[in-house]
Design a binder for this molecule. Structure first.
Ligand SMILES: [Zn+2]
Length: 284
C-alpha cells in the first residue's frame, strides 16, 4: 500500500524505464560519453570548463578521465570504483514517473566518482568544513540548523527548498520538520566509500518517517521490499532546486536528498497530459 501514492504512473513506468536504460546502454560509450560530459559541464559551469576527448577539463586546468575503459564492471564494482561515465550512465527520472518498485540495479545518482566530489567540495573533513554554512531549516515550523556546503551555492538552494516546504500544510511538513542531518564526514554504513554527506551536499529528513532498504530485508541477503512514506510534493520541491531523491533507488533511502544537478539537467519533464515522456528523450 505504500506505493499507492504513485499508482497512476505505475502501470507503464517500469516498462518505459527499462526501455530507457536499454537505450542508454545501446547508445554506446562514445555517444553516452559526449552527452555525459556535456551535462556535467552544464551543471557545474563554475568548475568545469570543457572536454578534450575522453577528458573532462576543470577550470583550473586539471584533466580528469571520463571513461576508464572498463565496460565489464558489475553494478557493485561501479558503486565501489566508479568512473565519471558510470556516474552519468543511468538517467535519473525527474518528476512523478519512475519505476516502482525500482528494478534491481536501478539507482541513478548512487554511483559516484569519489575523486570528482573530493575535488569539487574538499579532499578531507577540514577542507569541506571550511566551506560550510548553516541553513535555518523551516523556521516557521520550529526551526533547526542544517550544515551544507557553500560551494555551488548549495546552502542557498537548500534555503529555497526550506522556504517552499515551510509553506506546505502541517500534514506534509511533518515529514521534513525534524531533519536527521546534513554535513557528516563518514563512510556509508557497511561500506568503505564516503557518504555524500561528507561533502556537505546531502540532507536526511525525519527519522520517524524514513524508510531504508537495509531495514526492509528478509534476513541479511533476503529480497528488498520497497517502502516509502514521503509524499511526492516534497520530492518535486527538492528536485526543482537541484536535489535528487534516494527514494527512487533499488537500494532505497527515502529520507535522503542530494545536490546532483548533473542528473537533473535535460531530464524529461512529464508531459502535460500526465503521461510520461517518451524514453527516447532520456537516453544518455
Ligand atoms: Zn543521507
Amino acid at each position: 500500500m505504500w506505493t499507492c501514492i504513485f499508482s497512476a504512473n505505475k502501470k507503464h513506468s517500469g516498462f518505459l524505464w527499462r526501455a530507457a536504460l536499454a537505450a542508454a546502454v545501446l547508445a554506446g560509450p562514445a555517444t553516452a560519453g559526449e552527452h555525459g560530459i556535456q551535462r556535467l559541464i552544464q551543471a557545474y559551469p563554475q568548475h568545469l570548463c570543457g572536454a578534450e576527448g575522453n577528458f573532462l577539463v576543470w577550470c583550473d586546468g586539471e584533466r580528469m578521465p571520463y571513461d576508464d575503459g572498463n565496460s565489464q564492471k558489475t553494478h557493485r564494482q561501479k558503486l565501489e570504483n566508479a568512473d565519471l561515465q558510470d556516474q552519468m550512465e543511468q538517467p535519473y527520472p525527474r518528476g512523478a514517473d519512475y519505476p516502482l518498485p525500482p528494478p534491481t540495479d536501478f539507482e541513478p545518482g548512487r554511483i559516484r566518482n569519489e575523486a570528482f566530489f573530493r575535488k569539487m567540495y574538499g579532499n578531507n573533513a577540514e577542507e569541506v568544513r571550511r566551506r560550510l554554512a548553516p541553513v535555518e531549516w523551516l523556521p516557521r515550523s520550529g526551526g533547526q540548523r542544517l550544515w551544507v556546503t557553500t560551494v555551488n551555492r548549495v546552502h542557498e538552494r537548500l534555503k529555497a527548498v526550506s522556504d517552499e516546504l515551510d509553506t506546505l500544510p502541517a500534514s506534509l511538513r511533518r515529514f521534513v520538520d525534524r531533519p536527521a542531518g546534513g554535513f557528516n564526514w563518514r563512510v556509508i554504513a557497511r561500506e568503505k566509500r564516503l557518504s555524500p554527506h561528507s561533502f556537505g551536499i546531502a540532507v536526511d529528513m525525519n527519522t520517524s518517517t524514513a524508510d531504508y532498504w537495509q531495514w526492509q530485508r528478509g534476513g541479511d541477503r533476503g529480497p528488498i521490499a520497497y517502502r516509502n512514506r514521503i509524499p511526492l510534493e516534497i520530492v518535486l520541491i527538492f528536485e526543482k532546486h537541484g536535489f535528487i531523491w534516494g527514494g527512487k533507488w533499488h537500494h532505497f533511502d527515502t529520507p535522503h536528498f542530494e545536490y546532483r544537478p548533473e542528473l537533473l539537467v535535460k531530464s524529461p519533464d512529464p508531459a502535460p497530459d500526465g503521461k510520461p515522456a517518451s524514453p527516447g528523450t532520456t537516453g544518455d
